[in-house]
Design a binder for this molecule. Structure first.
Ligand code: 5GP
Length: 123
């Protein structure tokens, strides 16, 4: 069972109650700069729908939402110059979920990190 809290910060951003620095907006997705960037490129990409995490999104979002989100993430990688094909250094996609993932904001989001060598996180 997925319990979505519509008072979370990203829900407020989607409703326009909190400002954001938008990188890309599509029909079903929004991408904006992280307020506390951990790399020269640090963008958050979220679906506009009320999904708590990746598995919630994957199970319940429509094919149109999933396609839109997938393409939006790729577009952010290109627009921020992170994509190698565009001369960037590459990027890392991260999605934290729940207690184990140390998720702070309970609205599904992907972190797009790049612009520097990020260091190894897996052995
Ligand atoms: P999490 O830990 O849930 O994966 O990541 C949440 C991210 O949201 C953090 O990187 C944090 O800096 C970012 N964040 C938290 N509050 C705000 C906000 O009000 N605006 C923006 N743009 N980012 C936020």
């Amino acid at each position: 069972m997925y319990d979505y809290d519509d008072q979370n910060i990203f829900a407020k951003i989607l409703r326009g109650e909190i400002p954001n620095r938008t990188v890309l907006e599509t029909e079903h997705s929004l991408a904006f700069e992280d307020i506390a960037p951990q790399a020269p490129v640090h963008v958050l990409v979220i679906p506009k729908g009320a999904y708590v995490n990746y598995d919630h999104f994957a199970a319940h979002a429509s094919d149109a939402e999933i396609a839109d989100f997938t393409r939006a993430v790729g577009e952010v990688c290109r627009q921020t110059g992170a994509a190698v094909a565009d001369g960037g250094m590459g990027y890392r996609l991260i999605s934290n979920s729940g207690e184990a993932g140390i998720q702070d904001v309970p609205h599904f989001h992907l972190h797009v990190l790049g612009g520097k060598v990020l260091g190894k996180i897996l052995p």
